[in-house]
Design a protein around this ligand. Structure first.
Ligand code: MV4
Length: 447
């Protein structure tokens, strides 16, 4: 096992990784920008290294500075968390070239899934159900029109190098296709330096359901069920739950087995998430994420596993600590993302926290790195905490969430707590009847 791990991230996830390391008897190295000198992850870590000025490009994304921090401290492995360098195949290559271990999948798997066309082809060939659409890239408008003739409308044009909602254009009918195709291409070129696009049938009212998978890199893999992440605003998740209100045990076992077998076949290592759109009882693969996800705690709650500790084990060459038969979900978990943002526009609201009080009690988990007097810097994303509740049933989890939210105090900066109080009063949320467009429509009505 590793003796020392460098955590190449900040905020709540840096602290989350530190906690996993400590329970495993592993020393931690925090890295930080000058803006994060007083951050909790820096204070908790066994050692810390300042890696640059506030802009992430010069600190949390600086590969030479992070590699140097490993060499200075003798850290043997790097945990990237989410965002930043977590899905950067070139970084993984450099880490390995320096004799260090990247805690995550291989650079080849990251590259494969980063290209959305090769990801989809790979998944299709492995038996994972995909959205009907073009066979690979669509180079010309004439080719797009041919695909449209086969697949029908509405269609969505997606950038091969995109993902997470970036570089998508909808064509509702034939009259929209030329514009959608050209705009998607030029936006993809500008955003990613790659103008390749592909076409898919547009699903009108799906849910976003993702399957957590975990592989040992040696042909064994398991699934840890699904998360329902349909409640999103501008492609940012807001509220996630597991299990999904619309997935039963038989359906979970069926799609889970397909996903686990797929990642086993490619010798995938570590945690991964296979994203689906789910409509009318059918799953359609859209993307695979090769990182630890923000919302992993809801899966941890119902499966009683520590996903970060498992990532570290597998990166160290140890076998997984469970088999599929060991993984039996219990109860229901919900996560609310608390952002330092001012409603109703979700305007970033950095500044000093005057009072912070974290809720507690049975089935309540607060993942946050804030504290009384902490100053939220303006340079990074606005996530300041995740409130996760777990209870025996969905109704009990909702009641527990309401109770925990009422205990949570964050004074000094505007934040998204009031959104969750309001959402909990909505019958559609209480009944679990929502799709990927529900939240945006509700927000438009409320404001
Ligand atoms: C789609 C779609 C409808 N049909 N693909 C947006 C993020 C990216 N991961 C995939 N996205 C979508 N792909 C087809 N064929 C609708 C969306 C989409 C969406 C997906 C998940 C969660 C929220 C969303 C909000 C708008 C659009």
């Amino acid at each position: 096992m590793f003796k020392k791990i460098l955590i190449a991230n900040r905020g709540e996830i840096a602290l989350r990784i530190h906690r996993a390391c400590k329970e495993m008897g592993i020393a931690t190295v925090a890295v930080h920008s000058t803006a994060d000198a007083h951050a909790m992850h820096v204070r908790m870590a066994d050692e810390s290294v300042c890696i640059g000025p506030p802009p992430a490009t010069q600190s949390y994304l600086s590969v030479p500075n992070i590699i140097s921090a490993c060499e200075i401290t003798g850290a043997e492995a790097i945990h990237p968390g989410y965002g930043f360098l977590s899905e950067n195949a070139a970084f993984v290559q450099i880490v390995e070239d320096h004799g260090l271990t990247f805690i995550g999948p291989t650079s080849e798997h990251i590259r494969l899934m980063g290209d959305k066309i090769t990801a989809k082809e790979t998944m299709r060939d492995l038996g994972v159900p995909c959205v009907p659409g073009s066979d690979g890239g669509v180079p010309t408008l004439a080719a797009a029109q041919r695909v449209a003739g086969e697949v029908g409308f509405p269609l969505i044009v997606k950038a091969t190098a995109g993902g997470g909602g970036r570089g998508m254009k909808l064509a509702r009918g034939p009259e929209d296709l030329a514009q959608a195709f050209q705009t998607a291409r030029s936006e993809a070129k500008a955003a990613f330096g790659n103008d390749e696009v592909y076409l898919e049938r547009y699903l009108g009212r799906p849910r976003h359901i993702e399957i957590q998978v975990f592989g040992d890199g040696k042909g064994h893999a398991v699934h840890l069920g699904e998360r329902d992440c349909s409640l999103q605003r501008r492609h940012q998740k807001v509220f996630e739950e597991a299990p999904s209100p619309v997935i039963d045990a038989a359906t979970r076992a069926r799609i889970g087995k397909i996903c686990a077998e797929a990642v086993a076949r490619i010798n995938y290592a570590g945690a991964g998430t296979i994203e689906f759109l789910y409509e009318d009882g059918e799953f359609f693969f859209i993307e695979m994420n090769t990182r630890l996800q923000v919302e992993h705690p809801v899966t941890e709650a119902i499966y009683d596993v520590d996903i970060v500790q498992e990532q570290i084990r597998v990166a160290a060459g140890l076998p997984m600590s469970f088999t599929q038969d060991d993984l039996v979900p219990a109860g229901h978990a919900i996560e609310c993302r608390i952002n330092a943002e001012r409603l109703p526009q979700f305007t970033p609201s950095p500044g000093r926290i005057r009072t912070y009080y974290a809720p507690g009690g049975l089935g309540v988990r607060m993942d946050s790195a804030i504290y009384d007097g902490y100053v939220i810097p303006p340079y990074y994303d606005s996530l300041i905490g995740k409130l996760i509740v777990h209870a025996r049933t969905r109704d009990l989890a909702l009641a527990r969430l309401r109770r925990a939210l009422s205990e949570l105090i964050i004074d000094g900066v505007d934040n998204t707590m009031p959104l969750f109080h309001a959402l909990l009063d909505e019958p559609d949320l209480q009944s679990g009847r929502y799709d990927i467009h529900w939240l945006e429509k509700w927000l438009a009505r409320e404001s």
